[in-house]
Design a protein around this ligand. Structure first.
Ligand SMILES: Cc1cc2nc3c(=O)[nH]c(=O)nc-3n(C[C@H](O)[C@H](O)[C@H](O)COP(=O)(O)O)c2cc1C
Length: 222
């Protein structure tokens, strides 16, 4: 029986023709944002921010992780209404924006890139998180069964609490929430790294070709 072998040089040339082999440590062009490697730190809510303001401890936490190609910040509320957890640093007051600058101005000089994950949590929130105790809002008035928020319990202690049935938003209120997202994504908010618009359909995979997409408003960024 005759056996045939592919010699090492020809296998090498076949692979070169068919694939571009990349490693985690190769650079990546994320729609104009140059990443030094392909390691991305996922957003992780920590609930460590006194008064919901990112402080020096949070700056240290992110700076210690700045060797990642990209850090995505913990979910960062765009408004009090959009907050699910106590001690979650938001991006809607002057103090919060100044607080996030401590992080960005500490991460960027050591070569780190950080995007803000801006969020509005909808109905998975709790009246105890708001100064005026109003209801969370959503597209419907259905209670989110099985979900938890982190607010104040009946004895006033921080803890996991069940979200109540929310107030259903009026259609005209959506514009306000869209504006709050836009405001939080504006370049002056905390000096986060920026990139062109990334949506689910345009999100690149590590081997996807470079896209020439048109510049849009930053989404994860400010
Ligand atoms: C403690 C904790 C906090 C998280 N906070 C966020 C968050 O703020 N925003 C978000 O989109 N995902 C958040 N996630 C989800 C993670 O980013 C990640 O998607 C999830 O852990 C799944 O990743 P894995 O499959 O590698 O475990 C959180 C997860 C954990 C465990």
């Amino acid at each position: 029986m005759a056996l045939s072998f592919v010699s090492a040089p020809s296998l090498h040339s076949i692979m070169q023709d068919s694939y571009t082999i990349t490693s985690l440590f190769d650079t990546f062009d994320l729609q104009g944002t140059a990443l030094k490697n392909r390691i991305v730190m996922a957003p992780l809510t920590r609930s460590r921010a006194p008064h919901d303001i990112a402080d020096e401890r949070i700056a240290l936490y992110y700076t210690q992780r700045a060797t990642a190609g990209l850090i995505v910040s913990e979910g960062t509320p765009i408004s009090r209404e959009g907050q699910r957890y106590l001690f979650n640093p938001g991006i809607f007051t002057a103090e919060q924006i100044a607080g996030w600058r401590l992080t960005t101005q500490s991460v960027q000089p050591v070569g780190g890139k950080i995007f803000a994950q801006i969020w509005h949590v909808g109905r998975v929130s709790h009246p105890s998180i708001y100064e005026d105790g109003r209801l969370p809002v959503s597209g419907s008035s259905k209670r989110p069964v099985g979900a938890v928020a982190f607010g104040y319990d009946e004895s006033g202690k921080p803890g996991f609490v069940e979200p109540p049935a929310p107030r259903q938003l009026e259609t005209r209120e959506i514009t306000r929430i869209v504006e709050e997202f836009a405001q939080s994504a504006s370049p002056r908010m905390g000096s986060f790294s920026t990139c062109r618009t990334m949506t689910r359909s345009t999100r690149p995979t590590p081997n996807s070709p470079k896209r020439s997409g048109s510049a849009g408003s930053p989404t994860f960024t400010s």
